[in-house]
Design a binder for this molecule. Structure first.
Ligand SMILES: Cc1cc2nc3c(=O)[nH]c(=O)nc-3n(C[C@H](O)[C@H](O)[C@H](O)COP(=O)(O)OP(=O)(O)OC[C@H]3O[C@@H](n4cnc5c(N)ncnc54)[C@H](O)[C@@H]3O)c2cc1C
Ligand SMILES: NC(=O)c1ccc[n+]([C@@H]2O[C@H](COP(=O)([O-])OP(=O)(O)OC[C@H]3O[C@@H](n4cnc5c(N)ncnc54)[C@H](O)[C@@H]3O)[C@@H](O)[C@H]2O)c1
Length: 484
């Protein structure tokens, strides 16, 4: 399909998707595959945050760091890997993995799946209507027969710290795209962006200081994950300050002077750049929510089929980061597959199966969300943590295992350190949560996701034999430990 030319006439589609990040692209592909005429609206680059300012560039920065840490554990390879990273080569690799911030291949793909594209800023303009302001200043009016989908994602949240604007802080965008390592980088936050970007820039030559409100990292995971990731960061030279809040910021001079950071406890420190890694805010402040009775700037609450619950008649859907169910690309794409199918079924007058684990309900959003944190060591988790089980009053058996005892871990690298935790529902005899921390565990996570989402009985898991000598033998050890 060609990019649409602008005109004042209203164009009618079956489905309008606003926001062509990974989620919007997948919704559009699915509704088109269901036979619905679909248009997608994008104001920046097709591929969204994930492709250009988040997952892809950040993982490209981290892969050499993680690979080098692995190589340093291997006899015969250690000496070869002992030197510093080739920073220019890493940054060039990051640029390639971000397609040099061009979306031509995405445009070709959209074309190949027969979805129309309108470039510009989309806003709701009353029920089933979207007005797109193009870069040329024209307005394209669109109307939808069946559904409008908002998949506008999130941007970095900015905390109310006095002086913040005047220091021009880095957000995740600058942290993933910078073409140089600042001499001193201060990071505010202790979540996923903070630990990943601290890992990357420390290895690329910055002296990183983390300023963390809480007394641990990665608060949504099991506490041992944050502890082991903190150990790894400290060993790499990162200065982590827990229970620390920033009171005031100033920057010397106009552009590249030092940032002065005053902490609430009165301490002062300096940095060349300061990164805000303090969570995300929904991109809903300028998408016309007020024209359909919603409040601009709010997250969009949805049911399990992604209909926005506060809007009558079921024509408005919100999919991906913007509904706040799980701020992850793979989970957003799962939501997109479900949303595409349900919009298709409703348009065709077919029955909707929104029962738990049905074709049209995103049950995994609440039962089995996997996440890998790409640090040294990696942290990977799916399903419940002990804290979540306690909060929701769910009884669980907790089974722990030290990964260093596995033959596969010894083969993986000398001095391997890692931990695993499995949560079992004692009544049903199924796994409801798993956390792994250690080198290489990211690739192990899907086995846990299958166990949790598949509700595989422990008796049957006993027959799933892990290969020797791999780290996946942890499954056997966890089951043996549970049996006593
Ligand atoms: C540094 C970082 C690293 C991350 N790493 C990972 C990772 O390794 N794995 C993982 O699973 N997740 C990761 N994430 C999370 C991941 O980036 C998001 O979950 C994902 O991008 C959400 O996709 P989305 O399509 O919902 O939104 P987005 O990717 O934000 O896309 C939304 C799109 O909508 C467009 N848009 C917004 N408003 C309008 C409008 N009014 N009109 C037209 N277009 C509009 C935007 O331009 C954008 O293209 C990371 C996030 C960050 C910040
Ligand atoms: N590998 C991955 O899967 C990956 C990588 C990066 C990001 N992400 C996704 O992106 C999302 C955003 O990540 P994030 O790290 O920005 O958010 P987060 O919610 O994980 O962490 C936010 C951190 O900021 C701190 N914070 C919040 N307000 C603050 C304030 N006023 N002052 C000081 N600290 C403050 C919090 O205490 C917390 O430590 C995550 O939900 C995650 O799902 C995923």
């Amino acid at each position: 399909m060609q990019e649409a030319a602008t005109s004042e006439a209203t164009r009618e589609y079956d489905v309008i998707v606003v926001g062509a990040g990974p989620v919007g692209e997948n919704v559009a592909e699915r509704t088109r595959a269901a036979g619905l005429r679909t248009v997608i609206v994008e104001r920046e680059l097709l591929g969204g945050e994930c492709s250009f300012w988040a997952c892809e560039p950040s993982k490209a920065l981290l892969r050499p760091v993680v690979a080098r840490a692995d190589a340093l554990r291997i006899p015969g390879l250690r000496a070869a890997a002992a030197g510093p990273l080739d920073v220019d080569a890493v940054l060039a690799h990051r640029d390639r993995m971000s397609s040099h911030w061009k979306d031509d291949s995405q445009v070709d793909w959209l074309d190949s799946v027969s979805v129309d594209l309108v470039r510009g800023h989309g806003r709701l303009d009353g029920p089933r209507r979207v007005a797109v302001r193009t870069a040329q200043g024209d307005t394209v009016h669109l109307t939808a027969r069946h559904a409008v989908v908002l998949s506008t994602g999130t941007s970095a949240a900015t905390p109310p710290i006095p002086g913040l604007d005047s220091v021009r802080p880095w957000t995740s965008r600058e942290a993933t795209t910078s073409d140089r390592a600042p001499g001193r980088l201060a990071v505010i936050g202790g979540g996923v962006v903070a630990v990943e970007m601290a890992t990357a820039w420390q290895a690329l030559g910055s002296q990183v200081t983390m300023l963390v409100l809480e007394d641990g990292l990665l608060q949504r995971m099991e506490p041992f994950a944050g502890e082991m990731v903190a150990d790894g960061l400290r060993e790499a030279g990162v200065d982590i300050r827990f229970a620390t809040s920033v009171k005031h910021l100033t920057r010397e001079g106009d552009t590249d002077g030092a940032v002065h950071i005053t902490l609430a406890n009165g301490e002062e420190l300096e940095a060349d750049e300061i990164l805000l890694a303090t969570g995300r805010a929904p991109r809903t402040s300028d998408v016309g929510l007020e024209t359909v009775g919603l409040t601009p700037g709010d997250w969009l609450g949805v049911d399990d089929t992604f209909r926005v619950t506060a809007v009558p008649d079921g024509w408005l859907y919100a999919v991906g980061d913007v509904n706040r169910r799980a701020l992850l690309t793979h989970q957003g794409k799962y939501q997109a597959r479900i949303a595409g199918a349900v919009i298709g079924a409703r348009a065709a007058g077919e029955p909707v199966d929104d029962s738990p684990w049905g074709a049209h309900a995103a049950t995994a959003d609440t039962a089995a969300v996997p996440q890998v944190v790409f640090t040294v060591p990696e942290a990977a988790a799916v399903g419940l943590t002990v804290q979540e089980a306690e909060r929701t009053g769910r009884r669980v058996d907790v089974v722990d295992y030290d990964l260093a005892r596995l033959a596969g871990a010894h083969q993986y690298g000398e001095g391997y350190r890692g931990r695993a935790r499995m949560l079992v529902d004692p009544e049903r005899g199924t796994v409801v949560g798993v956390t792994f921390v250690g080198p290489g565990v990211g690739e192990l996570l899907h086995s846990a996701t299958i166990a949790v989402a598949g509700e595989v009985p422990l008796e049957r898991l006993w027959h799933a034999v892990p290969a020797f000598p791999t780290i996946s033998e942890v499954w056997l050890r966890l089951l043996e430990t549970h049996r006593g």
